[in-house]
Design a protein around this ligand. Sequence first.
Ligand code: ADP
Ligand code: MG
Ligand code: MG
Length: 895
Amino acid sequence: MTKYVYDFTEGNRGMADLLGGKGANLAEMTGMGLPVPPGFTITTEACRAYLTAGTIPADLSYEVDTHLHAMEIAAGRKLGQVDAPLLVSVRSGARFSMPGMMDTVLNIGLTDDSVVGLAAWSGSPRLAWDSYRRLLQMFGETVLGIDAQHFAGALHAAKEAKGVTGDLDLDGDDLRQLTARYKEIIRAESGRDFPQDPREQLDLAIESVFASWNTDRARTYRRAEHIPDDLGTAVNVCAMVFGNLGDDSGTGVAFTRDPATGAAGVYGDYLANAQGEDVVAGIRNTLPLDRLADLHPGPYAQLLDIMRTLEKHYRDLCDIEFTIERGTLWMLQTRVGKRTAAAAFRIAEALHAEGVIDADEALRRVTGAQLAQLMFPRFDGNAAARRIATGVAASPGAAVGEVVFDSDTAVARAAAGAAVILVRRETNPDDLDGLIHARGVLTSRGGKTSHAAVVARGLGRTCVCGAESLDIDPDVRRFTTADGIVVTEGDVISVDGTAGVVYLGRVPVVPSPVAEYFEGRDVGDDELVRAVDHIVRHADARSRLGVRANADTPADAGRARRLGATGVGLCRTEHMFLGERRALVERLILAADDAEREAAIAALLPLQRADFVDILSEMDGLPVTIRLLDPPLHEFLPDRTELTAQAAVAKALGRPATSERLLRAVNRLHEENPMLGMRGVRLGLVIPGLYDMQVRAIAEASAARLRAGGHPHAEIMIPLIGDARELEIVAARASGILAEVAAESGVDLPLEIGTMIELPRAALTADRIAETAEFFSFGTNDLTQTTWGFSRDDVEAAFFPTYLAERVFTVSPFETIDRDGVGRLIGLAVAMGRAARPGIALGVCGEHGGDPESIRFFHEVGLDYVSCSPFRVPIARLEAGRAAVGDDDGSVDSR
Ligand code: ADP
Ligand code: MG
Ligand code: MG
């Protein structure tokens, strides 16, 4: 026979799956000898059996009888008996704390008869009738599903009839009359009488806790939090103790440390002469916990002692609910407390310093997501600001600036020293310069994975996207809000990318001391910064994965280095072809013959060389992986539709079309599927001289750095390889050029040549590719696109919402690596690559390199490094360390 019920004396905190969090911790406290009222827990297994069968399991009732009986003996009173009745609370408690499920029902066992007995036992008729009306209301609402309005209306009417405003102004008699009214409501609304059999009350309450597992609100919450649907909830039945027995009674909540800042010292609130939720409901003003020292010195000292005991025992911040009944302290709940990101770091550090946990455990207690939160500047929470739109919180941070509607204006205003916010319906690769120069970006279309969002996250810019209520008109340079507010170019707005909110005007920004510290600025003696520093350093000591950065400019590279990057894992060269150099690229594309093309390429060479010299000196002594040109060439040309329209207009007006040659080239380069078209190594093979020039620029830059006494460490990376032969051709030519430059300049240039692995075919033939490639870098963005066969730019808005709702995946595969598919390809390529070339360097570049869950995978699969945007380097360092120390020790989940 399955055991469905555990007495508080039988369980412990390791049994949270079976007893729920609340039940497991009540049992733990009972086992520790703390003053917990007697009680028992009905298991999640019983709930699952109920949900499957639709009825309470047959054996359960018998077991409840047995445990109830034991409890009655312990309490010396019987459930609902007329003389000094035992009352109980019925409390839900799942594995994870879960709003949306049935709340607690207090005072179960009160009936028309036992309410009189309670009045006599307690000496307080008011207490008895107040408890009874609370029971009728809670039972009516949560068990019988009656609209709360009815009870609230009756309570209001009672106060009005008496001419008073506060609940406490109603005396025992008033409350007695109110209970009569409540019983009428129950009869009218549910078609049945309030059960006068205490045991029937208990059974109905238990059943409705079980059933509440499947309410819409509970389901929605579980979906959002990735909590499985099949866990079920436990039910705790606990003898009532009364905090509302007069001034020597009360109820409160407490934390063993400040959950907001992590500061040492106890925190909490206390309310005299109160029951249950009164403390948090804000009905009366609560007292700060330390005032209890004067009110009840004995129980207060005992409470402090218990808090110390609990914290030692749980080795973490504990969150406590307690009640004092006529001077006697009772513990009603504890759990490992939720905390802010700042508190998480400070508490972990403090517990380590106190010797309660070791350094590895401190590292497990904090997350990359929490560190990310601490690194963003924030808006001053106190400032009054006008909210004009909300959208998707796509890239966190707080940005204030003047509105601009196009990339060129963004660049120009930024050059003039202005802080700008780029506002577009949506962005495309042409907006890159604008994004780089803007503090933040705001769009009216697209989600977390739109171009704007992805680029903004990569650059560490603040982004709110998909603010659909905004009507953005770039032609007239203004946008209009849902309320009709018109914002024109140059007006100042404030964008909160952490919350997804846009404000009119300038909201004061508070910089993050943690980010300031990582950037190498003096922040004085700050406890939070010290905690972050210690924990991240320990992560570095433990991690096996290196952390490099994706950096295309010397400025980004320098920042990455300050933030602790051990190299550049991806230096994209396409950004070096934008801006004023675009004209040269056009010349190259439009070249009518070899001579023209060679001239254009030759003109690009010194510019590229200078780019590389700068980055290599910024990263002196550290590896810099330079990727040869990757994107389709049309990205460097004007928009096809625009050019076609211009040509048509010119023709209609009988004017010569100035850009006809350009239009022909654009048409020639047009592709239906550019991401699967002429890009990556294909460009290198088809356009003679292009990759040669880039390799020569890298080689000459390295030679120049060597001659200047530097320690350049460039690596040449070829994108979009699908077959070993492609790489062989390019690598052979590159080696030739390296040898040439080495001879010309009289230095050794042993640069490594490797490849991206970003096509399934490359992963599947990694052994062949590794014969040539000296390193692999997994390009997980493209690898995800090509493995799934969907183009990121098109699918995210189109069907990801449906896919997420239908649970085809629970998180976008562009955010967190798809272990089952893409991950398997990576695993395969790692094994084959290492077999063919032992010691081959393996890394990953692409957004996944900065994602905590993905980093864990990359650690497990045995990569050597991840590469992510500079801003995320500290986060990746932390997560790499966390991956290395492994999972936690089974301490209670605080979710
Ligand atoms: P929640 O999960 O919402 O915190 P609880 O089951 O902890 O719900 O109940 C809420 C409050 O009800 C408790 O903090 C406590 O004040 C009160 N309560 C619950 N059980 C009892 C009891 N047996 N005696 C007195 N008060 C109780
Ligand atoms: Mg509680
Ligand atoms: Mg790619």
